[in-house]
Design a protein around this ligand. Structure first.
Ligand SMILES: NC(=O)c1ccc[n+]([C@@H]2O[C@H](COP(=O)([O-])OP(=O)(O)OC[C@H]3O[C@@H](n4cnc5c(N)ncnc54)[C@H](O)[C@@H]3O)[C@@H](O)[C@H]2O)c1
Length: 447
């Protein structure tokens, strides 16, 4: 099938590449000329395992192409996927300007039946707005062309996006049109062979499903962080508690890892946007407000521990940081906990020596020549001359480091671990002091 994707970010590019991989003919459109130039020259603008090789071979096979030309993009596909960003507006609601711009462009240029598929995460009711935007452009042109609008939220995880897209747990399709349903069924057929993963529903329910899924996951994390904070104060070890409750199949092991807060482009903004949606319909979402508040506070716990260790005097101290991306296997720094920690350290007069396996360029782009920040080429370099070590991202290469070398390099043998990567005994054996999240009485806690 011929498919157009608007937006070549994490979702758009992965969607385009995977749909081309199974045989569809895909044209990806983006307004960012720099991104499209890179893609045309064979460079992938983001780090996502496995993406580069799929893009390369589908481009070579002639099934994937890139453009900045809106008219060509609209002409290409019977399916028009919208995968542009929906960042938070000033009041926390989702900013729909990019989604509506695409919808208008489709109405301006279409000259035959189209299925407009909303893949961006959008508030309930956006399907109607997209429909109205397309319709109003068609009206301006005096045309009465048929089109359908579908909500098809995306559930891929950065870092595992290709596998998630190729083997989805579910494919949610919200539509009120039988014709669109058939088209979507055909598009996703190759991903459905072992069993049918498609769940059809009305548009509003599909839109809400995406927010509900992310809010549920964020809730699990904030809940666990709250219990971890309690464990610290009560002399319990959250890692034991985690195993103890995860073994209950009603709870499960997924997403109950305590840490220094969730980040990324989705959870923070989606929880905020749903809270805002609730307010707009006069509902006070007390649980979601708490999930967000707990997370915002959690992003400062590592700093509180470091500050406590140095008796509140961090002037001139150097903190080595391992991990800057909001999670492993991505270079995405949006809302990353490392940003809150670095900002707190700079405010307190400390400086930072940081290393991340993939997010160095992104950190440089965001913080530029920020005084107090040294970007290091290896994790070992980040330790040289540092007073202590802090860990913000659970990259594999941090999981089993040379503890003796760490102890011999940093000035004070102290590790502040925001991801609970190690067993406290291991570090003690090397004469080190270990502060993690929610692990017993020896932990400093804020406040
Ligand atoms: N990143 C994720 O893990 C993830 C997962 C599921 C859902 N989502 C949702 O998918 C959507 C996209 O997220 P993302 O992370 O891919 O965003 P992104 O910021 O990485 O990419 C968005 C792209 O859209 C482009 N764009 C903006 N206006 C455009 C226009 N008028 N025409 C064409 N392109 C345009 C931008 O230049 C950018 O390249 C968001 O709503 C997000 O919440 C993201």
């Amino acid at each position: 099938m011929k498919i157009t994707i608007f937006g070549t970010g994490y979702v758009g590019l992965v969607t385009g590449a995977c749909l081309a991989d199974v045989g569809h003919h895909v044209l990806c459109m983006d307004v960012d000329q720099g991104k499209i130039d890179k893609l045309k020259n064979g460079h992938i603008p983001i780090y996502e395992p496995g993406l580069e090789s799929i893009v390369k071979h589908t481009v070579e096979a002639g099934r994937l192409a890139f453009t900045t030309d809106t008219k060509d993009a609209v002409a290409h596909g019977v399916l028009q996927f919208i995968a542009v960003g929906t960042p938070p507006d000033e009041d926390g609601s989702a900013d729909l300007q990019y989604v509506t711009a695409v919808a208008r462009a489709i109405g301006q240029y279409m000259d035959e039946y189209k299925v407009v598929v909303d893949k961006s995460t959008v508030p309930v009711g956006t399907g109607d707005r997209v429909k109205a935007a397309v319709r109003s452009e068609l009206d301006k042109r005096g045309l009465e062309l048929e089109f359908d609008v579908v909500s098809n939220p995306e559930f891929l995880k950065e870092g595992a996006a290709i596998t998630d897209f190729m083997k989805p747990d579910r494919i949610i399709v919200g539509t009120d049109s039988e014709r669109a349903k058939e088209v979507l069924h055909e598009v996703y057929y190759p991903f459905n062979r072992s069993h049918d993963r498609m769940i059809f529903m009305d548009i509003r329910s599909a839109e809400l499903t995406k927010y509900a899924a992310n809010s549920m996951l964020a809730t699990k994390i904030s809940f666990m962080n709250e219990i971890a904070n309690l464990a610290e104060r009560l002399g319990a070890d959250i890692e034991n508690v985690r195993r103890g409750i995860g073994s209950d199949p009603r709870i499960g092991y997924h997403f109950i890892y305590p840490g220094c807060g969730y980040g990324g482009s989705c959870f923070p903004k989606d929880v905020q946007a749903l809270t805002r949606t609730a307010r707009d319909c006069d509902y006070d979402s007390r649980l979601l407000n708490a999930v967000e508040a707990v997370n915002n506070a959690q992003k400062h716990v590592l700093f509180d521990k470091i500050s406590h260790y140095f008796n509140g005097n961090l002037k001139g101290k150097v903190v080595g940081i391992w991990g800057l991306a909001f999670k492993p296997n991505t270079d995405d720094m949006r809302e990353a906990s490392s940003r809150a920690l670095m900002q707190d350290l700079w405010n307190a007069g400390a400086s930072v020596q940081a290393f991340d396996p993939e997010a160095m360029e992104e950190t440089q782009r965001i913080f530029g020549d920020q005084p107090g920040l040294t970007l290091c080429g290896t994790k070992e370099q980040a330790l040289k001359g540092a007073d202590v070590l802090a860990i913000c991202t659970e990259w594999k290469e941090f999981r089993s480091p040379d503890f003796a070398a760490i102890a011999a390099t940093i000035k004070e043998p102290v590790v502040f671990d925001g991801r609970n990567l190690y067993e406290p005994d291991m570090l003690e054996r090397h004469g080190m002091i270990y502060y993690a999240i929610g692990r017993g009485r020896n932990q400093f806690h804020g406040g």
